[in-house]
Design a protein around this ligand. Structure first.
Ligand SMILES: Nc1ncnc2c1ncn2[C@@H]1O[C@H](COP(=O)(O)OP(=O)(O)OP(=O)(O)O)[C@@H](O)[C@H]1O
Ligand SMILES: [Mg+2]
Length: 230
């Protein structure tokens, strides 16, 4: 088995558009993300960063090339199999949190365990362990809608990590937070994934936050360049 949790080989993505040719957003992307590694993905707005994350998660199917997740061929899998692989190996973090406002803080963290049919008591214990780690255990019973943005994103980090994913994909996780709160959330995201041994691929528009990764990749004209943070 390879040490890479994620591999893309010659991945292309052409979205349908009004003109018949379509819009090519990814144009032969090759990448390998090692287990435990943290990589920042940068690039201009519209350069295809979110598209690349969706392809890596098996949410979108590329028009060309191959995606392997934990050694499994995502591109050769049907939607049900891709969903299964995603739940088994990936935790997702979004810019706007995507929490369920009618549920409590603890319930939001536990949702992936419920969906997977995991033991309810162990799911709750794990949720509380993570909430404690991010300083929100005392808010566990609160409706999640009462939390601040930074607190909501900490809840979303706990949800992403609940089932010990080998890969966390985070699309502008600090994009709707102020600088200081963004730094705090990024600190937690990096330290939590490292503690848990997971790999992390995160999109950011902040040079400072990109520089916190082990490596940086830049999307330019549909291709990936190894970048430095400068
Ligand atoms: N589902 C879709 N259908 C058609 N076109 C899409 C779809 N998703 C993205 N695109 C197009 O692909 C291009 C890249 O979009 P994407 O969201 O990946 O960029 P991004 O780098 O994440 O940008 P931003 O920094 O603004 O979030 C855009 O031109 C967008 O319109
Ligand atoms: Mg995006």
């Amino acid at each position: 088995m390879t040490d890479d949790i994620l591999q893309l080989e010659a991945v292309s993505m052409t979205w349908e558009s009004a003109d018949a040719a379509g819009r090519t957003v990814l144009d032969g992307v090759d990448l390998a993300l090692a287990r435990g590694e943290a990589v920042a993905l940068v690039g201009r707005s519209g350069s295809g960063k979110s598209t690349l994350l969706h392809v890596a998660a098996g949410i979108a199917v590329p028009t060309g090339g191959r995606v392997r997740l934990a050694g499994h061929d995502l591109t050769g899998s049907d939607e049900e199999a891709r969903t299964h692989l995603r739940r088994a190996h990936i935790g997702l973090v979004f810019q706007f949190f995507h929490l369920l406002s009618h549920l409590s803080v603890r319930e939001n963290v536990a949702v992936p365990g419920w969906i997977a049919g995991d033991d309810r008591r162990r799911t709750r214990e794990r949720a509380d362990q993570l909430l404690d780690r991010v300083g929100l255990l005392d808010r566990g019973d609160d409706p999640v809608g009462r939390l601040s943005g930074g607190e909501m994103q900490r809840v979303a980090l706990c949800r992403a990590l609940l089932r010990g994913p080998a890969l966390v994909l985070a699309d502008e996780p600090t994009g709707s937070l102020d600088d200081r709160t963004g730094r705090e959330v990024m600190d937690l995201l990096l330290s939590l994934t490292r503690e848990e041994g997971g790999a992390l691929l995160y999109v950011t528009h902040s040079r400072e936050l990109a520089a916190r990764a082990d490596r940086m990749w830049r999307l330019v004209d549909g291709r990936l360049q190894a970048g430095d943070a400068a």
